[in-house]
Ligand binder design. Structure first.
Ligand code: HPA
Length: 314
């Protein structure tokens, strides 16, 4: 008996429909399967850390992230190993000029450190979980303390370009890196964000700056996604909110570090006045020029902080 073309089409359509249904059920089941996703992300962290360990057996106590143009701080480190991000399978690499892409292991002020020479930014198109992956890896490698540095626009006329600002608190306008299933190996689902920036460590940084005669302001940092600089209206809004510096990094990293219970400090290098506060519009070139100028002083501060690190009680 001959089968008509219509019948063949109907049978093919039915087979496709049944296959699609099976596929949907399978996907829905794997979505509901408890910790699979979180284990995958945790395994990624461990996988990256294991690869780094092939290059060094260093056990860093302190992790430092260097912002745009601040890579020269590494000149003050007794370097033991340099691990390029590109050599770590599954690791994001920065695409921005002025951002080298290395983990630098060594001693600074006698303390074992791991330094991120260049960070990954949300505006590069990475998932926010990729942005915080390096912090999670450094924690997995042993670091309990995190010192975040960045370049930022000043939102206060009294804090002129060239001034350092200790971050006392933050406002994040970027999605949280903790959205999605919790990773219980790292921390709890819910946790507090009071005193994210550790008061004792912040005080040590303040004293170190004073000892070197370096002016240090204090204030609230606001992170938005970038990459465009803020508008004058946004500057006005951030000022009304009580923010003192604006930039495109740091806050999401502090959230991920707080989740893991790390001791956190943050230092902004105020490289320019935010849009609308002067006639000049911020530019990446000016940001880089200023950070390169400030990196020597930042290194002096960090070296002294780290020389006191093991005597302090954080
Ligand atoms: N705005 C945003 N990010 C920045 C700025 C700024 O003025 N300066 C350095 N990073």
């Amino acid at each position: 008996m001959a089968i008509s073309t219509d019948r063949i089409i109907a049978i093919i359509a039915m087979v496709i429909a049944v296959a699609s249904l099976c596929c949907c059920v399978y996907l829905a089941q794997s979505d509901d399967s408890g910790d699979d996703d979180s284990m995958t992300e945790y395994e990624r962290i461990v996988h990256c850390a294991d690869q780094v360990r092939k290059y060094t057996d260093s056990e860093p106590e302190v992790a430092i992230i260097l912002g745009s143009g601040l890579s020269a701080v590494v000149d003050y480190v007794d370097v033991e190993a340099v691990v390029p991000y590109s050599s770590i399978d599954g690791f994001p690499t920065s695409t921005v000029a002025g951002h080298a892409g290395n983990f630098v292991f060594g001693k600074m002020g006698g303390t074992d450190v791991v330094i991120m020479q260049g960070r990954v930014h949300y505006y590069e198109g990475y998932d926010v979980k990729d942005v915080v992956l390096p912090i999670r890896v450094m924690h997995e490698l042993g670091a309990d303390t995190l010192i975040l540095t960045n370049a930022a626009g000043s939102l206060r006329y009294e804090n002129e370009p060239g001034t350092f600002m200790l971050i006392t608190d933050q406002i994040s306008l970027v999605e949280s890196p903790l959205v999605g299933k919790n990773i219980p190996q790292l921390g709890d689902r819910f946790f507090g964000m009071k005193d994210v920036y550790n008061k004792e460590l912040t005080q040590v940084i303040k004293e170190a700056a004073e000892n070197h005669g370096i002016e240090m302001a204090e204030g609230v940092y606001v992170q938005y996604s970038g990459p465009q600089f803020e508008t004058a209206a946004e500057t006005e809004m951030y000022r009304i909110w009580g923010a003192d510096a604006v930039g495109m990094s740091t806050a999401v990293e502090a959230i991920a570090a707080q989740h893991m219970g790390m001791t956190i400090a943050g230092i902004s290098c105020l490289t320019d006045m935010a849009t609308g506060m002067t006639d000049v519009s911020p530019s990446h070139e000016e940001v880089q020029r200023m950070t390169e100028k400030m990196s020597g002083q930042l290194a002096q501060i960090l070296e002294e902080v780290l020389s006191r690190y093991n005597m302090a009680d954080f």
